[in-house]
Design a binder for this molecule. Structure first.
Ligand code: PAP
Length: 344
């Protein structure tokens, strides 16, 4: 007897975004930024961050000028679907790693993590999971409609910037990752250096004043921390340091949170450990797609720049003890009373 006809076969997500949209995702010719928000944007306070990049203050966070139309457009145009998963993070806190782990976990039935054909062995994690901030800013959000459900997407927007259709949606899960703020600053500086020479002290002083892309960092973290406390079934709060300590256990938690717990057969076959191995820094650094090409629609960063050291505590190589004390005390003060701490 013949198998099911093609009309009955259904693709289950997530699938690599690039496989669906092709090269056009980052093609300059296809960028048509929304222009209808000029009146709103002109009323927003702005800064010239690090003397290079204009940022607007919007709903509690600093948004780089190329992305502010995208945030406004996202708030008005995003149509959530049941099963959507949104990875949220401040920049340089482990997004690339979380994208890889989440994609490999959610798509493990279609793409076994020990397969030599796995998409993460031919594509950069950012090519598998789209950044909504860029997509909406480039007027390319229609491409999301082509993705099969469940969709896996990410954003650097603050929780206060998410529309209620996402923030209060029982059918949309959010996985948040943050990182010890001093390490995040060091990572941010190294990353920015790949496109423009910048002094670390400038990045540091701005951060002390609460100025950084998608910052202040404490606003970003506190928003999702609060949401994870109020709605733990919808918002998962992860820290880079915990993932480094026990990535396999993190993957188990992630799978459970997403409603896709590993079966005992999968555990026996070592699937969680295989996912961690596939997404490890060692494997990712060896993948050709992570060594050539760029990511990003407006600012194009080399794929290679997303994989640097991947360690905890690198701040000691860039901050004096006095700088560390100063920044720690600012962060402590801002997050005091929240129940959250970055102290060991
Ligand atoms: P993004 O916000 O631009 O997407 P993001 O991926 O959040 O960047 O952060 C990059 C950091 O994650 C880098 O940290 P470092 O500068 O301190 O080294 C990068 O090395 C680290 N990273 C990327 N992939 C992995 C991985 N597979 N395992 C552990 N850390 C990783």
């Amino acid at each position: 007897m013949a198998g099911p006809s093609a009309s009955f076969t259904m693709t289950i997500g997530p699938v690599p975004f690039k496989d669906v949209v092709g090269e056009a995702a980052e093609d300059d010719d296809h960028i048509t930024p929304p222009t209808e928000y000029g009146d709103i944007i002109s009323t927003l306070p702005s800064i010239n961050y690090l003397g290079r990049w204009v940022h607007y203050q919007y709903q509690g966070g600093w948004v780089i000028h190329q992305r502010i139309p995208g945030v406004l457009s996202f708030q008005r145009r995003f149509t959530p679907r049941p099963g959507d998963v949104l990875l949220a993070s401040p920049p340089k806190c482990g997004t690339t790693w979380l994208k890889a782990l989440s994609f490999a976990t959610m798509a493990r039935a279609a793409y076994p993590p020990n397969s030599a054909e796995h998409p993460l062995l031919r594509l950069n994690p950012h090519e598998c999971v789209p950044l909504l901030d860029d997509l909406f800013s480039a007027g390319q959000h229609d491409k999301l409609e082509a993705l099969p459900s469940p969709r896996l997407m990410n954003t650097h927007m603050l929780h206060s910037q998410l529309p209620s259709s996402v923030a209060d949606n029982i059918d949309c899960k959010i996985v948040y990752i943050c990182r010890e703020p001093k390490d995040m600053l060091v990572s941010l500086w190294h990353f920015a250096q790949t496109i423009s020479p910048i002094k670390f002290t400038d990045v540091f002083e701005s951060a002390c004043e609460g100025k950084s892309t998608d910052g202040p960092i404490w606003n970003h973290i506190l928003g999702y921390w609060g949401a994870s406390k109020t709605s733990p079934e919808r918002v998962m709060f992860l820290r880079y340091e915990e993932m480094i300590l026990d990535p396999v256990d993190t993957v188990r938690h992630l799978a459970r949170f997403l409603g896709l717990p590993f079966t005992s057969a999968e555990e026996a076959a070592g699937v969680p450990a295989n996912i961690v191995k596939l997404c490890s820094m060692e494997t990712m650094k060896a993948v050709e797609a992570n060594n050539i090409g760029t990511s990003g629609i407006f600012l194009k960063f080399p794929h290679k720049s997303y994989f640097r050291k991947g360690v905890v505590g690198d701040w000691v190589n860039h901050m004096t003890p006095e700088m560390a004390r100063r920044f720690d005390s600012i962060v402590d003060d801002k997050i005091s009373g929240s129940g959250l701490s970055f102290r060991p």
